[in-house]
Design a protein around this ligand. Structure first.
Ligand code: KG4
Ligand code: ZN
Length: 346
């Protein structure tokens, strides 16, 4: 079985062809980063227009690189949620049109589950596993069982980890996306020069919170006048990056204590971070924990992970979308309507 995957949940337009055994035959990722540099972040309206302009050529390229025609593909998988609604609509609607015109089944894929499934592209992590997505839009943990069911056990209460990195890069006028820039610059700094307080949630939940560390960093930037000329510039950046990673590590330790599992998966754009990878790998080795972090190209948004998970959802559970399904799941849409109505009543 060969699966065409389409991913447009944020600002990457991506299409890929993946075989049923998780072999990636092609993976085309067209980044829009250049468009968002002046804004230090994604502008949803620009992102969806750009997806619309390039989706056809990106899909075409993915098929060409895989050496297949659309007719030779068995299945189409597309990211349905979560993400920017305009961006999601472009990819999911395009996939629906392809499915309708070719008669091939369409599988709706959850973006966060796909991030975790990226760990299976070149590895075979033992299940059940705890999977943690650390990205620009999300930080969330899941229990993943042998049927590839994903049960959400923690999420961020405020900023995502990548969002915090991007915002501090913006506060220091470093560019966008901030995560890779902070990763690079941190190598020149002393990560122990500054410390940032870790948030404490008042309840017993395992949720994440990154806004406190970010706010403390913003206050420090203002108080100490940190900028590119400041003698502690690199030390500040390295210390901030370390705090994000250490906080994440501490939280993951707590999650594993409550949910003992056969392995740990870390995925999402921030899992590309070189300090994070080193730190988690050495920690896992010491503790005897089976850790899988996908190769960098499968951490940031890509359609290979969507196609690969789509194949499993179809094979194991027979999941398909109908023409009535849209880039919002129905339950979310009805939740939205209920919220709107209850808000309107008060
Ligand atoms: O998974 P992703 O491509 O998109 C979302 O689903 O959000 O993640 C993008 C995030 C951005 O915040 C970006 O700054 C961060 O991943 N990122 C990194 C690195 N590469 C990308 N953060 C830290 N170090 C990196 N090397
Ligand atoms: Zn993502």
């Amino acid at each position: 079985m060969k699966v065409l995957g389409i991913e447009t949940s944020c600002d990457e337009t991506s299409a890929a062809v993946v075989a049923e055994d998780n072999r990636v035959l092609s993976n085309v990722v067209l980044s829009q980063d250049e468009y968002f540099k002046p804004f230090f972040g994604v502008v949803p309206e620009i992102a969806s227009r750009r997806h619309l302009e390039v989706i056809q050529q990106v899909v075409q390229q993915a098929l060409e690189r895989a050496g297949l025609s659309l007719q030779e593909v068995d299945l189409i998988a597309a990211t349905q949620k979560p993400g920017l609604i305009g961006s999601l609509l472009v990819g999911f609607t395009y996939a629906k049109a392809l499915s309708f015109s070719t008669g091939k089944p369409l599988v709706p894929v959850d973006h966060l589950h796909a991030h975790i499934y990226a760990a299976f592209l070149e590895n075979n992590p033992p299940l059940p596993a705890v999977g943690v997505v650390v990205s620009g839009g999300h930080t969330a943990a899941f229990l993943v069982d042998s049927q590839l069911n994903f049960k959400n056990i923690a999420r961020t209460r405020d900023d995502a980890a990548g969002e915090a990195l991007d915002k501090i890069a913006k506060a220091l006028n470093l560019g966008y996306p901030g995560g890779p820039i902070i990763d690079r610059l941190s190598k020149q700094g002393d990560p122990d020069r500054f410390s940032f307080p870790f948030p404490k949630l008042k309840d017993a939940s395992l949720d994440f919170s990154f806004s406190g560390i970010k706010a403390a960093a913003v206050r420090m930037i203002e108080k100490l006048g940190i900028n590119k000329e400041h003698p502690d510039f690199y030390n500040f950046i390295a210390s901030f990056q370390k705090s994000i990673v250490e906080y994440l590590l501490r939280r993951v330790e707590e999650i594993l204590q409550r949910y003992p599992s056969r392995s740990l998966i870390l995925a999402g754009g921030v899992a590309r971070n070189s300090y994070l990878r080193e730190r988690f790998h050495s920690w896992a080795e010491r503790r005897g924990i089976r850790l899988t972090i996908p190769p960098g190209k499968y951490c940031t948004d890509n359609a290979a992970m969507v196609a690969a998970l789509g194949a499993q959802l179809y094979k194991l559970k027979g999941i398909t979308a109908s023409l009535w399904d849209t880039a919002f799941s129905r339950t979310e849409a009805s939740k939205g309507v209920k919220q709107f109505l209850s808000g309107a009543r008060h």
